[in-house]
Write a protein that binds this ligand. Structure first.
Ligand code: SAH
Ligand code: SF4
Ligand code: F3S
Length: 472
């Protein structure tokens, strides 16, 4: 049994990052999934969504068939998120259902993986749940074939989670959810250790993929008809800092842009690492989309310091100004945490001030959730939860006001929309504008996967409505 250890997970710089081009293999077991069905349940961020695409790729490779019906699956994989308590709660609710199912159907195989599996306390609890057959972490899901094979032969629980700094695996098969838009990892892990955050512990150290591997992947996606890629990393703009060559995010953007794929996005940008060259490149390359997710977390310098975010509000606002001045029609969104330990009314008002200054297109807002093992979880926190909820409600009201205001500016405009799927709305399709506004579009199925001109007919806080029209 190999279990995670939060202290080991914190150590950086001792292990060399290995880039493994042939570590994944399914020699001799490539049909263990024949006539069997699998389902992947995914929680958490884009990185986890993309990991699940790799897990699906692996399961397809083994001969399993993907389905959406929990009751009919022979293998259930639950890819978990640990970012906040409510992510935990969702997963635990689902575990209850799966346990029940397993009692009725003893033959199903349950695999628990993802960020929760990297949490020491959590794993020490669930390792004794006999009905969870396999537990593996974010560093070893490519070994699922080996674990499944072993499980079928020995019918014994498998628990293997590494607390390593992390490697890069380049030959894992991928089964993407969309034929038009794709996620591309450019960097794994995080070294920032913001005091509230569990990610550096669950995902290992920051490690950038080699530029040629990223460029080849984007080129292949483009050749296969993809219209858009989103470059993924916890701090995309710190890309390259850990490489042994002189190569940074701005250089990667230029090279990616030259491939010719119509749309390139990236997330998440850290205010700390945003250089003038990046702003320059984004403003000059037409296929790099004018959309920047730039988490501020708090508008109070005192709280930012406690959070370990190494920028000041003034620096952040300067950066926003530069971005808005240089990049035409840019949308800026953010993440904000309210109720961080020690946040008082004055700190919170300062957060509202920043929102009033930046007028975000959208923001993701959270109440601070203490994560076991992180420094912030040990800080004195005497704000009652009811007060934190009130702050969140006030913040959301302001955020929504600006979201609607920014959407209103789009009314009657003709904009390019990449149609990516059917919409829940009757007879409509949905897609995104260049600046990442969600649009429900009246159009036919022939528009799927295409960038079409759309006239915006009405706007709401969270989305726009439009009809396909002639090009402006
Ligand atoms: N790498 C990204 C963020 C990844 S986590 C960045 O640095 O911006 C996504 C968001 O979850 C964070 O931006 C933060 O706002 C929120 N978050 C992370 N840990 C949290 C916690 N313990 N409690 C509440 N929100 C948290
Ligand atoms: Fe978490 Fe901070 Fe890293 Fe983002 S930069 S993943 S918030 S530690
Ligand atoms: Fe959650 Fe892990 Fe992402 S904790 S937010 S799935 S990196």
């Amino acid at each position: 049994m190999n279990l995670p250890n939060m202290l080991n997970a914190k150590i950086r710089g001792k292990e060399e990052v290995k880039i493994l081009y042939d570590d994944y293999n399914i020699f001799n077991i490539d049909n263990i999934g024949k006539d069997k069905k699998y389902l992947v349940l995914t929680y958490g961020c884009q990185m986890n969504v993309h990991d699940s695409e790799y897990i699906s790729g692996i399961m397809d490779d083994l001969g399993y068939t993907k389905i959406n019906d929990l009751e009919k699956a022979d293998v259930i994989i639950i890819n978990t998120c640990a970012i906040r308590e409510n992510a935990h709660n969702k997963v635990e609710g689902m575990l209850g259902r799966i346990k029940h199912l397993k009692e009725e159907k003893k033959d199903i195989v349950v695999i628990f993986c993802g960020c929760m599996a990297q949490e020491e306390g959590l794993v020490n609890k669930i390792k004794d749940y006999k009905w969870i057959d396999i537990i593996c972490g974010t560093h070893n899901y490519h070994k699922i074939p080996e674990y499944l094979d072993k499980y079928y032969k020995e019918k014994k629980n498998i628990r293997e989670v590494f607390s390593i700094e992390g490697n890069i695996y380049e030959n894992i098969p991928v089964d993407r959810d969309s034929k038009y838009v794709a996620w591309v990892n450019i960097q794994y892990g995080c070294d920032k250790f913001c005091t509230y955050c569990i990610v550096p512990y669950t995902r290992g150290k920051q490690r950038s993929r080699r530029p040629e591997d990223i460029i080849n992947e984007i080129r292949e996606l483009y050749n296969n008809g993809y219209q858009e890629v989103t470059l993924l990393g916890q701090n995309v703009n710190a890309y390259g800092k850990d490489l042994d060559i002189n190569y940074d995010f701005a250089t990667l953007l230029v090279e990616a842009s030259q491939i010719g794929i119509p749309r390139i996005r990236f997330m998440t940008s850290h205010p700390w690492d945003f250089t003038d060259e990046m702003i320059e490149v984004i403003s000059k390359c037409d296929n790099i989309m004018p959309y920047i997710h730039l988490p501020i977390q708090s508008g109070s310098n005192r709280i930012l310091k406690l959070m370990g975010r190494k920028y000041t509000v003034e620096e952040y606002l300067d950066l926003v100004k530069k971005i808005k001045n240089k990049i035409k029609n840019v949308s800026i969104t953010t993440d904000i945490i309210v109720g961080f330990p020690g946040e008082n009314d004055d700190d919170f008002e300062k957060t509202l001030d920043v929102v009033n200054k930046v007028k975000y297109d959208l923001a993701y807002t959270f109440i601070f959730s203490p994560r076991e093992g992180t420094p912030a979880s040990r800080m004195k926190d005497d704000t009652p939860f009811s007060e934190k909820k009130e702050r969140l409600a006030r913040l959301n009201e302001l955020i929504n006001k600006y979201a609607l205001e920014s959407n209103k500016k789009m009314k009657d405009k003709i904009v390019d929309v990449l149609i990516i799927s059917e919409s829940d709305k009757d007879n409509k399709y949905m897609g995104y504008t260049e600046n990442m506004k969600l649009v429900n579009v009246d159009c036919g199925s022939e528009c799927l996967g295409k960038i079409v001109p759309v006239k915006i007919t009405s706007v709401k806080t969270w989305s726009l409505d439009g009809v396909v029209c002639d090009r402006k």
